[in-house]
Ligand binder design. Structure first.
Ligand code: ARG
Length: 562
């Protein structure tokens, strides 16, 4: 229904973005748009005249009985009301779509590469990597649901001078069995020890450089060590990913591009894109008002940026993606500006790569946990803590469940709480992280929405199955309002495809869950007369479907009984 209005307005305005959404203030209709302002500047007429013309167009072109009324408000906003009949028809469409509600009518074409998580091997994954993992996974789910061909890419930080240091440290102080039993922590310790000893023995620096050089030159022993560090680290990472329910299609990290770097630099020098500067090699970026991109240090070592250039070229030529989303924290903005500027110099399509930024996690609770765990807070500890806390809540609420069920639910609720907390906040800002708020069963939290879903499912169970929906004559305000809310869902998905903010989905399912709880608390469902009962059960079912779809798109599971 909303998309039909959008199509009608586009007939007049073209594909330009205008706002079309249910107004937050009641009395302003079911749907409101600012389209007249755009139309006015295009046609050089006053906003009020533009609004009148659009109103006329809508009234003429909409099917009979679609709009109840259309009003022009203020300087040129258009407010629309639908007839109960039109809303009921819309509901038939929603009910028939079932779990597919929210998908576009036409499957879009193209490949989207979503690059996320990207931890550095042999190092503790930090909370920024957790954010990238959660946001990236959610975006991948959303593009996938929308019909795109999605490639989930984990670009591991598995190359660079730090491996020379690590190899040096291992050769001096390493213990094989310790690493095997606790890979990331032990490798991390070696790395820390290297930096501590460096203060006493500055010559270690040179040693580290030599070992990395050997590694780059293909020295057998160092290569073996590096492969082993990588393998062991991946085992630890797998544990985190399994717990979070995260999967990737491609695991190509920085090391994969190593062989491409020398030819790449040579080519850049030859074509004049790059030049020497004080022994190093740089790509000047004055044209973009950016500091030069350093692609080879004076000691010959390549850099993070060099590998990212090779990686971007590779992705574009091999996969011909429509977009590449780099889900990486705000702190790396300059790096990506430089990378994209270089891509521009190379003549690569500017519309392909995008930096999907995010802020820090500000939290007393995280600080407390990190002091308890020592300086480094392991991600696994954060997730485990969430699950333990969820387990206590389940224990109090549902003491009669079996232990296995309690564990299963605790995992879904605990992980869901962490993900929802992250995804419900604007990704670009720093976010808060508070255990009580995250796990609350009554506020804006993952568990609250999971709980609402379970309660809807319990009504459906009590009804003994879902009657098939017949276009009913329901005219009750609460029912119509809930249908209109469901009608909003496809537009929400579309907006995330446009701007990559998953918090639109989180905000939407929270509102829907609140509305649904009010609805079943106030309106009789099971005890109402047959026709209304029929419609309401279908309404509850459709609402549960959308809550589940929404949660799943955020990477969060549902629980049938809670
Ligand atoms: N491994 C890097 C880090 O932990 C993030 C990689 C981001 N992706 C990229 N293509 N540069 O800081």
């Amino acid at each position: 229904m909303f998309s039909a209005v959008k199509a009608l307005l586009s007939e007049k305005i073209g594909d330009d973005a205008f706002e079309l959404s249910p107004p937050e203030i009641s009395g302003r209709g079911h749907l409101s748009t600012n389209a007249a302002f755009l139309f006015s500047s295009k046609g050089n007429i006053s906003p009020i005249d533009a609004a009148e013309e659009l109103k006329k167009h809508l009234n003429e072109k909409a099917p009979k009985g679609f709009f109840e009324k259309i009003e022009i408000a203020g300087p040129g906003f258009i407010n629309m009301w639908f007839t109960p009949k039109a809303i009921q028809k819309e509901f038939k469409k929603i009910a028939d779509a079932g779990v597919s509600w929210g998908k576009p009518n036409k499957k879009p074409k193209g490949k989207i590469i979503v690059e996320y998580s990207q931890p550095n091997i042999a190092k503790q994954m930090h909370i920024g990597h957790l954010r990238s993992t959660i946001i990236g996974d959610s975006l991948a789910n959303i593009y996938d649901f929308y019909g795109y061909d999605v490639l989930r890419w984990n670009y591991l930080g598995d190359w660079g001078t730090q491996f020379g240091k690590l190899i040096t440290a291992y050769k001096l102080w390493g213990d094989k069995s310790k690493i095997e039993s606790n890979p990331i922590e032990e490798l991390n310790n070696l790395y820390v020890k290297f930096h501590r000893e460096l203060k006493e023995n500055p010559e270690l620096e040179e040693k580290g450089r030599e070992e990395f050089k050997k590694l780059e030159d293909g020295d057998k022993e160092n290569r073996k060590l590096w492969e082993w560090f990588r393998r062991e680290s991946l085992k630890d990472l797998e544990n985190v990913y399994n717990l979070l329910g995260i999967k990737f299609d491609i695991w190509k990290g920085e090391s994969f591009y190593e062989k491409d770097l020398k030819p790449l630099i040579d080519e850049f020098l030859k074509s004049g894109i790059a030049r020497e500067s004080e022994g190093a090699i740089i790509i000047p970026l004055d044209k973009f008002n950016l500091p030069p991109g350093l692609i080879r240090k004076s000691d010959g070592a390549t850099l993070y940026l060099t590998r990212d250039i090779a990686n971007l070229k590779y992705r574009i030529s091999k996969y011909k993606p429509k977009e590449i989303l780099y889900v990486v924290d705000n702190g790396q903005s300059l790096h990506f500006q430089q990378l994209f500027a270089i891509a521009d110099i190379l003549g690569l399509d500017k519309s392909i790569p995008a930096h999907i930024k995010f802020g820090l996690v500000l939290s007393e609770d995280i600080k407390k946990l990190s002091t308890r765990e020592g300086r480094h807070i392991s991600l696994l500890k954060v997730v485990e803590e969430a699950i333990n806390r969820a387990r206590n809540i389940i224990e109090a609420k549902q003491p009669d469940l079996s232990d296995a069920d309690k564990d299963e639910i605790a995992k879904t609720v605990g992980v869901g709480a962490i993900k929802y907390n992250d995804l419900s906040q604007n990704r670009v800002s720093d976010i808060t992280f508070n255990w009580d708020k995250m796990l609350s069963l009554s506020g804006n939290s993952g568990p609250y929405i999971q709980y609402t879903y379970a309660r809807l499912k319990s009504i459906l169970r009590k009804a003994g199955g879902l009657p098939s929906y017949k276009l009913g004559s329901i005219e009750n305000e609460a029912d119509l309002a809930l249908i209109l809310k469901l009608a909003e869902f496809p537009g929400i998905i579309e907006s995330v495809i446009e701007n990559n903010y998953p918090n639109y989905i989180a905000g939407y399912i929270y509102d829907l869950a609140k509305m649904a709880s009010n609805f079943y608390e106030k309106e009789p469902v099971l005890k109402s007369e047959p026709e209304i009962r029929n419609t309401r059960l279908n309404l509850i079912n459709a609402t549960a479907n959308v809550l589940r779809t929404g949660l799943n798109l955020l990477g969060i599971g549902v629980i049938e009984r809670m």
